[in-house]
Design a protein around this ligand. Structure first.
Ligand SMILES: [Zn+2]
Length: 254
């Protein structure tokens, strides 16, 4: 959409009146500014048609918010969530379910100058559990370093000292949605000793069991269609083992 605007702008010869900049006073935008202050922008990565009204209701219920949070449709599959309270916005941004009808909902904090045409949604934040690390590698710093290889680590779970269960490390990562989900990875310390890690994703919405990419399933997968059409032997590399069973909504201890 932004490219279209740039293209048509290039061809357009502006009149002197059109060239004038329409300056808006601070008072003029005060109301809009205030109402945008506590906003998240969300994009639903849907591969099928959906009922927008139902989407709004479901998201509201899943987030445990009432009508004080307003949901505005601002573009194709694009929504603005306006909150009354900052703590509620933070709660949702950091830990709220990122899906509707099993479809991925990408969220971003509203930034200055953001328009429907310049929003870039290339990542989604999910909590990733890291299983299989050697005992002497169990640390939030290691979790962060691993998270930064998957995408951008945004938050790490710090264990409470009184905790007596320590099965895996946990990191919230902004994952690039264009890449297949990583199923695991090799971890090595400076001694060169290598261990295989397994990654499990909490509240994982729909993903393709053939190519491992979020946002579509086998029915909507061009690569899968092509292999199936050619009668090739299909090996599904991405299965439900990627899902973490029983996501935890624990507040990290700092
Ligand atoms: Zn696919």
């Amino acid at each position: 959409m932004a490219d279209d605007v740039v293209d048509s702008m290039e061809k357009m010869k502006l009149t002197s009146e059109e060239e004038e900049i329409i300056a808006i006073s601070d008072e003029g935008r005060l109301e809009a500014l205030e109402s945008c202050q506590l906003s998240l922008i969300g994009k639903l990565l849907m591969c099928k048609p959906f009922n927008k009204m139902a989407a709004k209701n479901t998201i509201q219920r899943a987030w445990g918010v009432d009508d004080t949070m307003q949901i505005l449709e601002v573009g194709p599959n694009l929504f603005q969530f306006k909150f009354q309270f900052e703590f509620e916005l933070n709660r949702i941004f950091k830990g709220g379910p990122r899906s509707f009808d099993n479809q991925l909902l990408m969220l971003q904090r509203r930034k200055k100058g953001m328009t429907v045409g310049n929003i870039i949604m290339e990542t989604t934040s999910l909590w990733v559990q890291i299983w299989g690390a050697p005992f002497d590698m169990f640390s939030p710093r290691v979790a962060k370093e691993v998270g930064d290889r998957l995408g951008v680590a945004e938050e790490v779970e710090w264990k409470n000292k009184k905790d007596d269960i320590n099965l895996f490390m946990r990191v919230r990562v902004a994952l690039p949605i264009s890449k297949p989900l990583r199923r695991g990875g090799f971890l090595a310390g400076s001694d060169g000793e290598c261990s295989w890690l397994t990654f499990k994703y909490e509240r994982l919405p729909m993903f393709c069991h053939y190519c491992g990419i979020l946002g579509h399933d086998l029915k909507y997968c061009a690569a899968h269609y092509a292999v199936e059409k050619n009668g090739g032997n299909i090996v599904y590399q991405y299965e439900d083992f990627l899902r973490a069973v029983g996501a935890r909504a624990r507040v990290p201890v700092h």
